[in-house]
Design a protein around this ligand. Sequence first.
Ligand code: ATP
Ligand code: MG
Length: 417
Amino acid sequence: MRQSQLFTKTRKEAPKDEVSKNAQLLVRAGYIHKEMAGVYDLLPLGLRVIDKIRNIIREEMNGLGAQEVSLSALQDPALWEATDRWDDEKIDVWFKTTLKNGTELGLGCTHEEPMANMLKNHISSYRDLPRYTYQFQTKFRNELRAKSGIMRGREFLMKDMYSFNRTEEELEKFYTDAGVAYENVFRRVGLGDITYLTFASGGMFSKFSHEFQTVSEAGEDIIYIDTEKRIAVNKEVYKDDILFDLGLEKGKLVEAKAIEVGNIFKYGTRYSVPLGLTFKDEEGNEKPVIMGAYGIGLGRVMGTVVEMLADEKGIVWPESIAPFAVHLVELSQGDATIRENADALYEDLKSAGIETLYDDRDLRAGEKFADADLLGIPYRIIVGKSTTNEMIEVVRRKDSEKRTVSKESLLSGSYGF
Ligand code: ATP
Ligand code: MG
């Protein structure tokens, strides 16, 4: 993409009311637009990042044998009354609305109820199970505090997966596999080393739910980490008897602030019983389906990566979720030959399938470099007076390391690092 055609502009200042680092940088770099507190729009660059995250998650969920769906955000109160979750006392983040005729509707804050209800039409026998469904879907939550930028939106994109099993053992196996898939996701988006499987409350059926917590000063949670075992416990379950049960020693645990990037729950029959989601087993007995749920916030992940990897100059994307792999910057200042060289290299990179943002704008070098630093694209190629056509210098954003590579190897996607 030619940067001269990109409608978004970078800016020196973030909105005055924006206190989070992730949103300050993402707004300044033109990835997102702030509508109001807790409400953000995705601009072209931001959407590219979200799509990369979405694809990584999609690959991992498909790998578990889950099938992608997309449920409506408009929800029928009757389902939530059945599970006793319609009351604002029970779910304090509800956004509700009314039809012209006065009927109330919910704006989905999660989808256990409609997902289980929908599956009643498709599950009747043990032969129809297990089933796993997931979606990337907008959630609405009337969050009290929205000071964490895109990490806590009042409208946000969540990947929510639901499991439907015949037995506890079957759920247990899937739950373990889902945990591994989650680890893969967080490793692939660049958060692997600093994200811990964390024991938390909220298991309705088992003692715990599990969260994936990324250690960060910007986090809203407190966790206690066993760095050797690479597991942690959330403050809410940090109690002597629980630590004992988990084989953890208080003295070895390190307290840290952390961001919950994902979580997994075993529900058992909590939703299937009130909603009547049942199946006939091999003996013909009617049994409730055993459920679980598995969430990841895409904006939460994107914001966390910005928080963790950015430096004083701006954003630093890992290659896996960067909007472009290469930032090609021409410094022609009106020199036709340099411009032609840069144009030619851009065409070559495009033909080679390398995602390239081409800074072809008529600006001073200093401005172009400052923008490139802010945008955080992993590899930068500068075309200037001394650039030859065959050997090309690549600068890595994260540490300013340089490598010179042949054009041939560059076009094969190897940047010399
Ligand atoms: P939190 O404790 O941070 O409010 P939660 O327990 O309400 O999270 P879930 O309802 O289980 O979270 O949602 C699943 C995932 O969705 C979370 O792990 C997180 O990644 C993401 N998420 C939750 N709330 C938000 C939000 N307001 N904005 C963006 N992402 C969110
Ligand atoms: Mg919440």
